[in-house]
Design a protein around this ligand. Sequence first.
Ligand code: ADP
Ligand code: NI
Length: 221
Amino acid sequence: MNMRKILLSTQKFVENALSGEGSGHDWWHIYRVWNTAKHLAKKEGGDLLVIELSSLLHDIADRKFNAGSVKRGTEKVHAFLHSIKVEEKIIEQVCEIVQFSSFASSFLPDGTRRKMSTLEGKIVQDADRLDAIGAIGIARAFAYGGHKGTEIYNPTIKPTLPTSKKQYTQGETHTINHFYEKLLLLKDLMNTKTAQKIAINRHKYMEQFLKEFINEWDGIL
Ligand code: ADP
Ligand code: NI
């Protein structure tokens, strides 16, 4: 199969698997990450097939869809790419990227975060993280909170900086805390120069939003 056909089959596979998903991992999230990754690749380089396949497939391996197992998700990605006869060398690279692209699975046992080792991985991770900040990031955070049934804000529950995967995935929180626990940290975690630049505006936009939110909450009219 040529590159165009491989990407088309992959797009169909992912659309089918994720359409209508309500926790912020719907097809349109994938679509935006895919576009952003292509934009980053234009500026930063990297193997385009690996970058496009990994951005399309990055959430298929997410633990949320695989009974808590990233490994099982990665096997699913492997089996799919094998079925459309993608070269084994490319499959290995894609699987490595999708396995570690999520924020939650990037924690090492000592609480520090794993760095993506390849340029392709760095680009896909940046594209995914860019979609978690800015106006879209705000919308996704509240959509996720609604999906989970958490409060939009509760001033009695203060944010805690996550230091482990367990703490990040199990902590009781509300959506405003999520900004302090994750979203406002992403700007400084971008791997590439191009993503760092894009992140600056999106970050400012979230800060403005939080300021306005707290003002309204506090009855500053
Ligand atoms: P990752 O795939 O990097 O682990 P998640 O799957 O946890 O990220 O997050 C998917 C989307 O849902 C992101 O936009 C993220 O900010 C949002 N989200 C995740 N956890 C929460 C939370 N506790 N409260 C609000 N939004 C959240
Ligand atoms: Ni994603």
